[in-house]
Design a protein around this ligand. Structure first.
Ligand code: GLN
Length: 492
């Protein structure tokens, strides 16, 4: 029996595009949509004492200006509820970055991505939990407690955008925003069985994204499906004068492109590279099988699968964990008790800085600041930071060389494991290894996406597609076709 038309919970099954059409037709009101999403959040136990997915909710999201002005055609996300990571600035809710130091802080402006969502008609209903300042791979580093994976509540959702991934997995929303510095959208997408996209560096404005490591930071999107993610990304992408690293390349219609490219023989003429460094001998054999099955689907539909090599991949984790903390140590210097959030008085100005930062930052953030300060200090700069920048250039060159050799896309596992149990990784280095297949795309700035390709013992496995700079169109086309080809296999 189908749900009654005015039952807000019946919105759960509609794609973002179909929901926008339904609201534009007047089948649903924006208020019903917001109520429906927040009701689903309650039903899923998404609050702080449950799965701990959402930190702040905006029950009045429907009453805010969201492209409803009279005379304006409804936007592509008209009436579509969206959950946004807690490090993306919003005026209607706090932006605390999962940190005590910014607890309750409300930004005086909206991030460009938020402005674009709202102009497209979207309803920003909640801020999601995250690892403090996006440092982590499990959302256990949040000052507000860990998020639990809605598919297996004894496990992590991945991180650092774990709350946004979980919000989509729990059916609260079809689309969500996250951020990526080394894999923080793709890795939780893989762990939660949803689609996660990190666009090209410069494709989406970072204005209003609280900086972690500026040369690696991106805003990314989650979708229940490839189509949902495509719609969300094309809404927020494009040049922004407020971000000097944003780029002016025109934004294609990713959705339309994906649909037309995948008619007929989906992968005909596409060369898919299988980089050997992402399929090491000790890769979990079950993850390898899922990847091979996905590659076989592509091959059957006309793809040419080519073994390739990205020889500097093995250095990526070390390079990432020098550059990211170095940039973080500079970016986080602004949280000193003077301008933002928490202030704890001490003896004099220095005492106030010490007391505020000691109380405000958690252990992982403190570790990164110390590490970053060390690698930037005189005497170590050349040995660590400069060297890491040189190796970073080699990693980027690996990608250019492969794409220049006629490879259209790369296919890899997104993560070396499925979602691990809460508390399982107490050694920071072990946690860092979660990013082994993802941080390379951030170092090179190339676009990459994770989509569900199967399950192991009920836990989702993500497959990663990587393209050349501004190759999002090709990513979406391939991912859309692969999603169709896999069908129910993605859930098995
Ligand atoms: N897990 C990585 C880190 O801890 C990546 C985080 C991210 O992409 N924001 O730095």
């Amino acid at each position: 029996m189908s749900a009654p038309r005015d039952d807000p919970s019946s919105l759960a099954g509609l794609s973002a595009a179909d929901l926008a059409a339904a609201v534009a037709r007047g089948d649903r009101s924006a208020t019903q949509v917001v109520e429906g999403s927040l009701q689903r959040a309650r039903d899923a136990g998404a609050g702080r004492d449950g799965l701990n997915i959402l930190l702040y909710e905006d029950a009045d999201a429907a009453s805010r200006d969201h492209g409803t002005s009279v005379g304006v055609a409804p936007g592509p996300l008209f009436g579509v509820p969206v959950v946004v990571k807690d490090n993306i600035a919003t005026t209607a809710m706090p932006t605390s970055c999962g940190s005590r130091i910014l607890e309750g802080y409300v930004s005086p402006y909206d991030a460009t991505a938020i402005v674009r969502l709202r102009e497209a008609g979207a309803l920003v209903i909640a801020k999601s939990n995250m690892d403090e300042f996006a440092m982590g791979s499990s959302t256990e580093n949040s000052a507000f407690g860990p998020t639990k994976n809605p598919l297996a509540p004894d496990r992590v959702p991945g991180g650092s955008s774990g709350g946004s991934a979980a919000a989509v997995a729990a059916g609260i929303v079809r689309v969500a925003l996250g951020s990526e510095t080394g894999g923080s959208v793709r890795q939780p997408a893989a762990f939660c069985g949803v689609v996660g996209v990190k666009p090209t560096y410069g494709r989406v404005s970072r204005y209003g994204l609280v900086a972690f490591a500026s040369s690696l930071d991106h805003i990314g999107v989650f979708g229940r499906t490839v189509d949902d993610a495509a719609l969300c990304l094309q809404t927020i992408a494009g040049f922004d004068p407020m971000d000097s690293t944003s780029r002016a390349e025109p934004v294609p219609d990713y959705r339309a492109g994906a649909r037309s490219a995948s008619k007929g023989n989906d992968f005909r003429g596409i060369v898919v590279g299988k980089p050997k460094e992402y399929f090491p001998d000790d890769l979990d054999s079950r993850i390898r099988e899922k990847c091979d099955a996905a590659l076989e689907h592509m091959k059957q539909r006309g793809a040419v699968i080519r073994d390739v090599s990205l020889p500097h991949t093995g250095l990526a984790i070390e390079v990432y964990y020098i550059i990211a903390p170095a940039e973080a140590s500079a970016n986080l210097a602004r949280f000193d008790g003077v301008r933002y959030g928490l202030r704890i008085e001490g003896h004099g100005l220095r005492g106030m800085y010490e007391a505020t930062r000691s109380a405000g930052f958690g252990a992982e953030v403190t570790r990164r600041i110390l590490l970053g300060t060390y690698v930037l200090s005189a005497g170590y700069y050349d040995a660590y930071y400069r060297k890491a920048q040189q190796v970073r250039a080699l990693i980027a060159r690996d990608f250019s060389a492969v794409f220049d050799s006629g490879v259209d896309l790369l296919f890899t596992p997104t993560t070396p494991t499925t979602a691990f149990p809460l508390g399982a990784k107490s050694d920071p280095y072990e946690m860092y290894l979660s990013d082994i297949f993802t941080c390379t795309a951030n170092l090179a700035g190339v676009p990459a996406m994770s989509l569900p390709i199967g399950r192991i013992d009920g836990l989702p496995v993500g497959g990663q597609l990587i393209a050349r700079h501004f190759g999002e169109q090709g990513l979406f086309a391939a991912a859309y076709a692969l999603e169709l080809a896999l069908g129910e296999d993605a859930l098995r």
